[in-house]
Design a binder for this molecule. Structure first.
Ligand code: NAD
Length: 499
């Protein structure tokens, strides 16, 4: 019996079978069982979805509504998410293995994201035709904000519905029509979003969902000339091809990519609190977070105490069935990810780092893609586990002597998504926050994320910002409307002589 809903592609307000006739298995990473399937969409399906979105945009059934009218539908979508929260959370846990408590939290965030952008959609009305002072009485210059048109949204599997919401909610608030390509590894809840949004009154063609493999469905979407903007979240490698496709078509793109963020713990830190944030930054979502603070720099004078406390806490994490309330570490998302993360554990050992705890399959989980919470200490800057994004429950720890050395080591990375500092000294925290090369800095914490605040990175972590008002601007085009208001002729060229 299917434990997840059976769906097809969602194009122009209806469920349609994929042009390929093929489907991809949905595997529960906690049991390794096939629990359903998703359609393997390809270029013809992407073309149909872009055509439906283009037609909806041209009809003006969404983009020409006022922000206030769009806000009503966005709030209705938020309500649908709340009404179906427990099913959505369960399906997401079955699909990708995150603990159910976290999946439920995510669904609250998804609903909150739609509500937040409903508020910004309403405010957009008052921002229309805002005047610009150009210093000349003859002209009235005003700025109109218009939806960009059809947008292509490509998302990863670690926060399947939340990463989609970060794009769909502001795009809809701006009045855009969307084609969403969720990750083939976890598409179930994104398909449900399409159905729920339609039930909430979103017109046909405004939100289309094409599932399928990256090469077969994601690539044609990113290179489609009918797409006005691309918003991508995923790995740095894929981000590079998405950015290239956007550049070829001269379209704007935002790229939220990978990371290897550092968390610096100074000698004056409250160690128990620090350990708690370290755990949260490393093992939340089973360690599969782009902004994971997976590199720890701890002052050498407190390192021994820190290791003792961290080991005890890591070993006491409740690992097991992610559907069980109270579970704090489930399986990683897939067999491929399990192999990848395991190979990094082996690389850490081979490179000579010290395994403080973990590194194996937990004894209580004979099946499923489970790995113990794993901590390496004595990690050196040249080691792969220090430099590369692992995307699993593996933490790398190193020590430092001076603030300057800690900052230099934190910044010595190809990535620049996030960073964190823990210290009792406010001035020092401020200095370090300013010095860290990252789009997000946490002081005395790690990972809190709010839909009102900008999110995104620098360096190989990508470019552009999602969330907050920045998230909305991504989907708007500003149009200058200049009117000659003087009663007098412009009179640059003198009238031709009548002689
Ligand atoms: P991925 O790059 O493998 O896939 C992301 C999406 O891109 C999927 O939908 C995939 O099908 C699609 N895709 C693959 N090849 C494509 C192509 N050639 N053209 C267009 N689309 C293509 O990433 P993933 O494994 O799903 O997600 C994990 C990665 O996402 C990690 O690196 C993580 O750091 C990153 N991530 C970043 C953020 C952020 O906000 N910066 C948030 C979550 C995840």
């Amino acid at each position: 019996m299917a434990v997840i809903p059976a769906r097809e592609l969602f194009i122009d307000g209806t469920w349609v079978a994929p042009s390929t006739g093929r489907y991809l298995d949905v595997v529960n990473p906690a049991t390794e069982e096939v629990i359903g399937r998703i359609a393997a969409g390809a270029a013809p399906d992407v073309n149909a979805a872009v055509a439906a979105a283009t037609a909806a945009h041209k009809r003006g059934s969404w983009g020409k509504l006022t922000g206030k009218q769009r806000a009503e539908t966005l709030r209705a979508i938020a309500q649908k998410i709340k009404d179906h929260k427990s099913d959505l959370a369960r399906w997401e846990t079955l699909d990708m293995g995150k603990p159910i408590d976290e999946a439920e939290w995510d669904m609250d965030d998804v609903a909150g994201c739609f509500e937040y952008y409903a508020g910004l959609a309403e405010k957009l009305d008052a921002r229309q035709y805002s005047p610009i002072d150009v210093g000349m009485d003859e002209f009235s210059v005003k700025v109109r904000r218009e939806p960009l048109g059809v947008v292509g949204l490509v998302t990863p599997w670690n926060y399947p519905l939340l990463m989609a919401a970060w794009k769909v909610a502001p795009a809809l608030a701006a009045g855009c029509c969307c084609v969403l390509k969720p990750s083939e590894v976890a598409s179930v809840t994104c398909l449900e979003l399409a159905g729920l949004a339609s039930d909430a009154g979103l017109p046909p063609g405004v939100l289309n969902v094409v599932t399928g493999l990256g090469q077969e469905a994601g690539a044609p979407l990113c290179s489609h000339p009918g797409v006005a903007k691309l918003a991508f979240t995923g790995s740095t490698a894929t981000g590079r091809s998405v950015a290239l496709a956007a550049a070829t078509n001269l379209r704007p793109a935002t790229c939220e990519l990978g990371g290897k963020s550092a968390l610096i713990i100074f000698e004056d830190a409250d160690l128990d609190k620090a350990v708690e944030w370290v755990m949260f930054g490393a093992f939340w979502t089973n360690g599969q977070i782009c902004s994971s603070t997976s590199r720890i720099l701890v002052h050498s004078s407190i390192a021994a105490d820190f290791y003792g406390k961290l080991k005890a806490r890591a070993q006491s994490i409740r690992v097991g069935d992610p559907l069980e309330p109270g579970c704090r570490l489930g399986p990683v998302v897939s067999e491929a990810q399990y192999r990848r993360v395991s190979s990094y554990v082996q690389a850490g050992i081979d490179d000579g780092a010290t395994l403080l705890t973990g590194g194996k399959r937990p004894a209580v989980c004979p099946r499923g893609f489970y790995l113990e919470p794993t901590v390496f200490i004595n990690v050196r800057p040249h080691m792969r586990i220090w430099k590369e994004e692992i995307f699993g429950p593996v933490l790398s720890v190193s020590t430092f002597e001076t603030e300057a050395e800690a900052v230099e080591s934190a910044n010595d990375s190809e990535f620049g998504l996030a960073g964190a500092v823990i210290s009792a000294d406010e001035e020092r925290c401020k200095r370090v926050a300013e010095a860290l090369e990252a789009g997000i800095v946490w002081v005395n914490c790690s990972q809190p994320c709010f839909c009102q605040a900008p999110w995104g990175g620098i360096k190989n972590s990508g470019f552009g910002r999602e969330l907050g008002e920045w998230g909305l601007e991504n989907y708007l085009s500003v149009k200058q409307v200049t009117t000659y208001v003087s009663p007098n002729p412009w009179d640059w060229y003198s009238p031709p002589s009548k002689l």
